[in-house]
Design a protein around this ligand. Structure first.
Ligand code: SAH
Length: 362
């Protein structure tokens, strides 16, 4: 078993079973052995492929969105442009190239990359060089300087730790990770104490059958609360794209992916990506509580089409070989078709009250 298994085992032996959130935190973010800390997981040779790695068109559409929002804000200078969890930096590099088409945008924008992984910060540095924008890296959103801002996050929330609660006869109990009797593998168990059921949305609290699981996203909600509060105070907008559901529900969505295939969630901590579906209703409620307005969720396919990705694809095809044309078509379909990423992936925008509903969010 891995070093990380031994660390988790020692923690369970000393303190008892750990929450799913603690397990995710160790598996993804342990400073030495965490999944994101030690490697670049993206692309065909990695474990999974994200939208910006499929085609430059994705980042370009986000760049266009950013430029349009900056214009709607009255072109503040400086503008804090923030990306949460930028991965390899591909999205931001493509977005900047597109946003630079808007006059004066390059002078106004200050780029902040929120990234905890040293391995990925190094990749982002390489991606940013040709774009002529030197970013400032920070571990946390709180450390971004004050002033108007645009925040972008693609597949960021799905990587943050969740807690799981299971409906039992007499209420709800937290799902935990413990050790099997032989002590050589991790296994799911359940808390001996009842959970505070006010955490469970009212419409699910009593209506859920025994064994049903509700997922709470404390880490994602904390980030959303801060982002929304900052947008209300200083002006701006945030755009989050992720896979998940528009309304909260019951179900275990924790999953592990390794080499482009699903694997056992507890089998390879630190060597497999762990994610959970994003509950956009939970995040929207938090943003509204902080005084912001939430637009969407809009399916990713519709969002990209409204921003003009078809026209962009046609333009790219004008100078393309047969082979490249087929690639552009395939990427377009992968990003927009509802059987592929077009419907499961959704987009929400967080804006100050009275921002109005822009055409891409309608
Ligand atoms: N946006 C990129 C990468 C998504 S993967 C893309 O679309 O390709 C998730 C990213 O979030 C990685 O860069 C990971 O290192 C980063 N990350 C995960 N947890 C984080 C945290 N708590 N704070 C900051 N970054 C985090």
């Amino acid at each position: 078993m891995s070093d990380l298994f031994d660390i988790i085992k020692a923690e369970i032996q000393s303190d008892g079973p750990i929450t799913v959130a603690r397990y995710m935190e160790l598996a993804l973010a342990h400073p030495e052995h965490g999944y994101y800390m030690k490697q670049d997981p993206f692309g065909e040779e990695g474990d999974f492929t994200t939208a910006p790695e499929i085609s430059q068109m994705f980042g370009e559409m986000i760049g266009l969105w950013t430029a349009v929002v900056w214009q709607a804000m009255g072109q503040p200078d400086p503008l804090n442009l923030v990306e949460m969890g930028p991965g390899r930096g591909t999205l931001m590099a493509d977005a900047l190239r597109a946003a630079y088409a808007m006059e004066d945008f390059d002078d106004a924008a200050r780029l902040w990359l929120i990234e905890t992984s040293p391995a990925l910060r190094a990749k982002q540095k390489v991606a940013m060089t040709p774009s002529l924008m030197m970013p400032a890296w920070r571990d946390r959103f709180e450390d971004v300087g004050s002033g108007p801002l645009v925040v972008i996050g693609n597949e960021f929330f799905d990587a943050l730790p969740i807690r799981q609660y299971e409906r039992v006869e007499d209420g709800w109990r937290e799902r935990l990770v413990g050790l099997n009797t032989a002590g050589d593998a991790l296994t799911f168990t359940i808390s001996s104490e009842l959970a505070d059921s006010s955490l469970i949305p009212e419409d699910l609290r009593d209506a859920t059958e025994t064994g049903g699981i509700f997922e709470h996203q404390p880490a994602a909600c904390a980030v959303m609360r801060q982002v929304a509060a900052r947008i209300v105070e200083h002006g701006g907008a945030a755009l989050f794209i992720d896979y998940g559901h528009g309304e909260h529900g019951v179900g275990d969505t924790l999953q592990a992916v390794q080499n482009h295939e699903f694997s056992d969630v507890l089998a390879n901590p630190g060597d497999a990506d762990l994610t959970a579906h994003v509950d956009f209703q939970q995040l929207s409620e938090v943003a509204r509580e902080a005084g912001a307005e939430v637009l969407g969720p809009v399916p990713q396919g519709a969002f990209l089409e409204r921003l003009g990705m078809r026209q962009r694809a046609d333009m790219l095809m004008m100078n393309a070989s047969e082979e490249q044309m087929a690639e552009i078509d395939a990427a377009y379909a992968r990003l927009t078709d509802s059987e592929q990423m077009g419907a499961l992936f959704k987009v929400i925008a967080v804006v100050p009250p009275g921002f109005g509903v822009p055409p891409w969010a309608g």
